[in-house]
Write a protein of this length. Structure first.
Length: 104
């Protein structure tokens, strides 16, 4: 953003977008309803690829510089996800029920 102006916008690839994060080159968007993660080109809004999130009702999504972190709302889990393979590296119990979001 420059001077508070919107520079670019595009529609989400899902009807119920939840988490949104940026890894320095791509956007990642979690899909709460369909349990997916989308990788999006921030210049065009084009979906580069998508995958099952391997989590139920994924909400919060963030990037730590190496991995994606995803909130599994249904199972009260926080999951570390490999952004190349989309596989969950590890998961652990959230500090409270029904986690919704997180950030680094």
């Amino acid at each position: 953003m420059a001077a508070g102006r919107i520079i670019r916008s595009f529609a989400s690839p899902t009807n119920e977008p939840a988490g949104l994060t940026f890894d320095g080159r791509c956007l990642f968007n979690s899909d709460y309803t369909n349990d997916r993660i989308y990788q999006i080109d921030p210049e065009t809004g084009r979906v580069i690829r998508f995958s099952p999130a391997y989590a139920f009702e994924p909400n919060g999504l963030t990037f730590d510089g190496r991995c994606l972190w995803l909130v599994d709302y249904t199972n009260d889990l926080i999951c570390q996800v490999d952004p190349e393979t989309w596989q969950i590296i590890r998961s652990f119990a959230a500090p409270a029920a029904n986690p919704y979001d997180m950030a680094f």
